[in-house]
Write a protein that binds this ligand. Structure first.
Ligand SMILES: [Mg+2]
Length: 434
């Protein structure tokens, strides 16, 4: 089992197990040469290495030197293309406390941005496409500042594409463009362990299904598991659901004793039920408890008091569902939340870059929610690698058949980022391929 340290140590970093085994996150199924015009254009955009300001601190945002901004200023937006990108999970992912099956992989809108100099950046779209046509002809530096992110409201849906584009032009990985934390290896956890014990209906597979999922993902290189709990909220009788949550937690902890365990109830408990769950799992070490119930100060204070008495190293993670950020910062200031989880796509890289200094000042860690799309894990990893203060990254195991992400590797429980410009992923070949 991973050594247990004080809570402050845990807040800094999830030290996953160091067992053997390596895998690839979102490996491309066909890494052959790309055939689309945007890819060729991206290659034509000869990157020039940027530098870092000598005064940058671990928490500061850096501004590339060597004329980086001038380089961006040479580019105007020539084309914005929106299309779909299909992702595939390694298996069908089942229910959580509130929602039914999570299916076999989402189809997500992406944006490709090409400049008049032939540079291309692309990424998941994070908002409506209204007004994007009006960006054609605009100077890149009117929309994006590498020291800040997106600086023009109408371009906010292009947050990830513009970070990729700017990093590509400047010859910098996004992580190095946005911050100086400079750690290309970030701890991660497997976020794909759902209620597969309950399926198929009529002939449910039971706890062994969850153990098999963990074993499959362990073989991919993951060394920490987040278990969905809260079966009694909707899918089982309350007491039966509690018992099953406890049984699953204990079984995974016993079988994978080298792997930290995180649990996520998606607000499926109340405080009394959750304390009963914690009592039930006994000596199982929990790295964090996520969204045990809807955020109420009184309930969180009671949970904190319980943890202080019985599990002083376990972190409280919250802020994924409909985050009220000012309230969450209050709770964090009161030490009632240790890790904030706002979604990497919803808040955006620009939003996270703006917020992170406040979190560092308050002393609360981050772990941007990434579930749903494997690319979100890579975005969260760049944020972690560049800004720091991310305790662990949520991994979404899966493949994106039309892009090659093999340069990213999961090994020994950590995600290894490539030293490539932008996000280091060529644009999709044909995004509608199955
Ligand atoms: Mg969650």
């Amino acid at each position: 089992m991973t050594p247990i340290g004080p809570r402050s140590t845990r807040r800094r970093l999830l030290r996953a197990g160091l067992g053997a085994g390596a895998g690839v996150i979102v490996p491309g199924s066909d890494p052959g040469p790309a055939a689309t015009a945007p890819t060729d254009a991206r290659r034509d955009a000869t990157p020039t290495a940027g530098g870092r300001s000598g005064s940058a601190t671990a928490d500061a945002v850096i501004r590339p030197k060597g004329g980086g901004v001038t380089q961006l200023d040479d580019h105007r937006i020539a084309r914005v293309v929106v299309q779909d990108l299909v992702s595939r999970y390694p298996r069908t992912v089942g229910r959580n406390s509130h929602l039914g099956s999570h299916g076999s992989g989402p189809t997500s809108p992406i944006a490709l941005v090409q400049t008049d100099q032939g540079a291309v950046g692309w990424g998941l779209l994070r908002g409506p496409t209204d007004g994007l046509d009006g960006l054609v002809g605009r100077r890149l530096t009117d929309l994006f500042d590498p020291a800040v992110g997106v600086i023009e409201a109408v371009a906010e849906p292009l947050d990830f594409a513009l970070h990729d584009l700017a990093g590509t032009i400047l010859g910098l990985p996004v992580s190095k463009m946005i911050g100086s934390h400079d750690d290309s290896v970030v701890p991660c956890y497997d976020g794909a362990i759902y209620f597969d014990d309950l399926d198929p209906e009529g002939n449910p597979r039971g706890v062994d299904a969850v153990l098999q999922n963990c074993a499959d993902d362990y073989a991919l290189g993951y060394r920490a598991f987040k278990l969905k709990i809260g079966r009694g909220y909707r899918w089982m009788e309350r007491d039966d659901g509690l018992r099953r949550d406890v049984e699953v937690t204990r079984a995974v902890a016993q079988r994978f004793s080298d792997c930290p365990i995180l649990v996520d109830a998606n607000d499926g408990y109340d405080i009394d039920g959750f304390v009963a769950y914690l009592d039930g799992v006994g000596d199982v070490d929990l790295f964090w408890v996520e969204e045990p119930f809807a955020e109420r100060r009184e309930d969180l204070a009671r949970l904190r008091s319980y943890l202080d008495r019985h599990r002083p190293t376990t972190l409280i993670a919250d802020g994924e569902l409909r985050p009220n950020i000012p309230f969450l910062l209050e709770l964090a200031s009161e030490k009632l939340v240790d890790v904030l989880l706002m979604d990497v796509l919803s808040l955006g890289l620009t939003g996270w870059r703006r917020l992170m200094p406040d979190l560092i000042r308050i002393g609360v860690a981050a772990s941007p929610h990434a579930w749903g799309v494997p690319l979100k894990t890579l975005y969260a990893a760049h944020l972690a690698a560049g800004l720091g203060n991310v305790v662990t990254v949520e991994a979404v195991p899966g493949t994106v058949p039309t892009v090659d992400t093999a340069a990213y590797r999961v090994a020994g429980g950590s995600l290894h980022l490539p030293d490539l410009p932008g996000f280091g992923i060529e644009p999709p070949r044909r995004s509608t391929d199955p």
